[in-house]
Design a protein around this ligand. Structure first.
Ligand code: UGB
Length: 595
């Protein structure tokens, strides 16, 4: 009572709302004014933050929670009334004519694109001590994910604005309290990896209040009755954050047309971006989800057509833990199983979304960016009356299409996994337990997938690349190919890569090739060892002849060996850099490196 005098009118309103919504426990046992006043003030500050960072405020949060908790207790299925079926979409085969046409369209469209990286997750499954975007995507060059992403966007920017006025493709990074400081620090200490600092916007998502029971009572911290427990709300926050920041209108006014969302650790993604954007533009998709063939029960969502008995129909991601029960309940007694192709008929969502900006803004102005949520309480027993620990509402960015009208053009594009998807999500121990044939999604497989993709692409471009061998690292059997890497600006599209490889070239299995410049041409090169070429953009370098040296030897590392750095332990291998040919061209001009 008397404590109310400490508050502003706005805060008094908030307290009133909380009392009306069954939250009186929050203020129970409060000492009179004069005692703990600083703690009480901090408590109200937290309440104000929780209130302002959720669409519709805390009142909506509590009401949504009550409804979703009641549904969960009653065992109501959000998919009730919906029948799943296999949707149709575009399927791309790397390097064929169709693909090359889409790439060309995509590169052209890129000048009207903005990118949004969701990087607020801590990556509990990976168990890496740093932020995930700081993790090297591969250890041949040591390029971390955020650097690779930024260089890819810059390459698109260059590639799309040739001969025309220079565009700057904007990048938004969604962070959280877990990642914000370290992300900013990484960018600042590396001069934004070549981007203009004004080109990059960090939007921090806030956590949401935890709930202690089915009545959606907000949970207080055990040690501190003046602090509400909070947990992440999920990557779906990205939509409301973009909306409330006002940045979408700025983009629209600047003539942008596409917003591309992507996740924190996929080293292959940007190989697929130009063609996927080309699909969006050619098909005029309002929503285009990128997908890959998916093994039944694999831990990625399945893209599904859901048709309701009332006639509604949508193409949407169904999370992996829900797809199997949904199928079983809808006349597929075996649930989610592989078909004759060896894959589930439901393509796997890789959470790369391409949205058309205009319709996106229109939709968000109706919803405020609120995304359909879910709750996943761990009940103490079958009575479902109490929880083992507090829970909270969650939301996912790929659920955005759920509120769209049936006339919205929602499509998807299936890419071959080898060039589109190799995330780093699982720690070594968990990856080693993945059923045979399913992807590991570990640092080991993520790095090897990059060498594999680059090797296969060079093969398709006419280079004789040695066949891979199978090798086990950290209990995971992976294909080991020559360690080929290049800067995104060297090989933004397949056509560009082909134009840089000439004559009869070959690469042996024990080789390492790192191309760190834009205008480097490989002609009649025979590589058996390590070759590192670095050149400024204004230097044109022609590389030919026979390179033979002891190279960089691949050695195993045990993930339990604490004498090795963590970034190597989580991969299970390292390179012993015995001998290499390394050249650097720092001046403009034409050069010929004849080995
Ligand atoms: N993320 C945030 O930015 N904020 C958050 O609160 C949470 C996450 P995970 P998840 O591609 O294999 C997704 O944890 O959620 C960021 C899809 O839902 O790596 O288990 C985080 O930093 C699933 O359908 O993945 O599963 C990261 O960049 C499937 O596509 C991203 O969100 C799966 O990814 C994803 O977070 C997949």
């Amino acid at each position: 009572g008397e404590n109310l005098n400490l508050l502003s009118t706005q805060q008094q309103e908030l307290v009133k709302m909380l009392l009306e919504n069954g939250q009186d426990h929050l203020f129970r046992d409060w000492p009179p004014p004069g005692v703990d006043d600083d703690h009480k003030k901090a408590f109200f500050d937290q309440l104000t933050l929780l209130d302002s960072s959720y669409p519709g405020g805390l009142e909506s949060y509590i009401k949504n929670a009550k409804r979703l908790l009641a549904d969960s207790k009653a065992g109501n299925n959000p998919y009730d009334g919906f029948t799943p079926s296999v949707p149709t979409g575009e399927t791309l085969t790397f390097g064929d004519e169709n693909y090359i046409n889409f790439e060309e369209t995509g590169v052209h469209e890129a000048r009207k694109a903005a990118f949004v990286l969701v990087a607020g997750g801590l990556g509990e499954r990976l168990g890496y001590s740093g932020i995930k975007v700081a993790l090297p995507a591969e250890t041949t060059t040591g390029t971390c994910f955020i650097q690779h992403y930024i260089e890819s966007i810059l390459a698109l920017q260059e590639g799309s604005s040739q001969g025309e006025s220079q565009t700057q493709i904007p990048l938004v990074i969604m962070t959280s309290d877990d990642t914000h400081g370290r992300t900013l620090e990484l960018l600042e200490s590396n001069s934004y990896f070549g981007m203009q600092p004004t080109q990059v916007t960090l939007l921090k998502q806030e956590k949401v209040a935890c709930l202690e029971d089915n009545d959606a009572r907000l949970a207080l911290e055990q040690q501190n009755k003046y602090r509400i427990q909070t947990k992440p709300h999920g990557h779906g926050d990205v939509h409301s954050l973009l909306y409330s920041s006002g940045i979408l209108n700025v983009w629209y006014d600047a003539g942008l047309k596409w917003v591309l969302f992507f996740q924190d650790t996929n080293g292959l993604l940007f190989k697929a971006i130009p063609a996927a954007l080309g699909v969006s533009a050619s098909k005029q998709y309002h929503v285009n989800s990128l997908a890959v063939p998916r093994k039944a029960k694999e831990a990625i969502g399945g893209i599904t057509r859901l048709t309701h008995s009332d006639g509604r129909s949508m193409v949407i991601n169904v999370e992996y833990n829900q797809l199997d029960p949904l199928l079983r309940a809808s006349g597929y007694p075996e649930g989610d199983v592989n078909c004759e192709t060896g894959y589930s008929p439901f393509p796997g969502n890789i959470n790369q979304l391409i949205l058309e900006l205009g319709p996106y803004i229109e939709e968000l102005s109706k919803t405020g960016g609120a995304i359909q949520e879910f709750v996943n309480p761990k009940y103490k027993d079958a009575s479902k009356t109490s929880f083992k620990s507090s829970t909270r509402l969650e939301c996912m960015m790929q659920d955005y299409p759920k509120t769209l009208s049936p006339s919205a053009r929602v499509g998807f594009t299936v890419m071959e996994t080898w060039f589109a998807y190799a995330p780093v999500k699982n720690n070594a121990e968990d990856a080693a337990k993945v059923p045979k044939g399913n992807p590991y999604h570990s640092a080991t497989s993520g790095e090897m997938a990059i060498y594999r993709a680059n090797s296969i692409i060079l093969k398709k471009a006419g280079v004789q690349v040695a066949e891979p061998v199978l090798q086990v690292f950290n209990g995971q059997e992976v294909e080991v190919w020559p360690r080929v890497t290049w800067k995104p600006k060297w090989g933004l599209t397949f056509s560009r890569i082909k134009s840089k490889v000439r004559g009869n070239c070959s690469i042996s299995l024990r080789s390492t090739l790192a191309i760190k410049g834009q205008n480097i041409f490989i002609e009649n090169l025979s590589l058996d060892g390590a070759l590192i070429i670095d050149a400024v953009d204004e230097a044109e370098v022609n590389v030919s002849g026979s390179v033979q040296n002891n190279g960089w030897i691949l050695e195993t590392v045990d993930y339990k060996d604490t004498t090795e750095p963590e970034v190597l332990r989580i991969r299970g291998f390292k390179f012993n850099k015995t001998e290499q040919l390394e050249t650097k061209y720092a001046e403009p001009g034409k050069f010929h490196l004849k080995a």
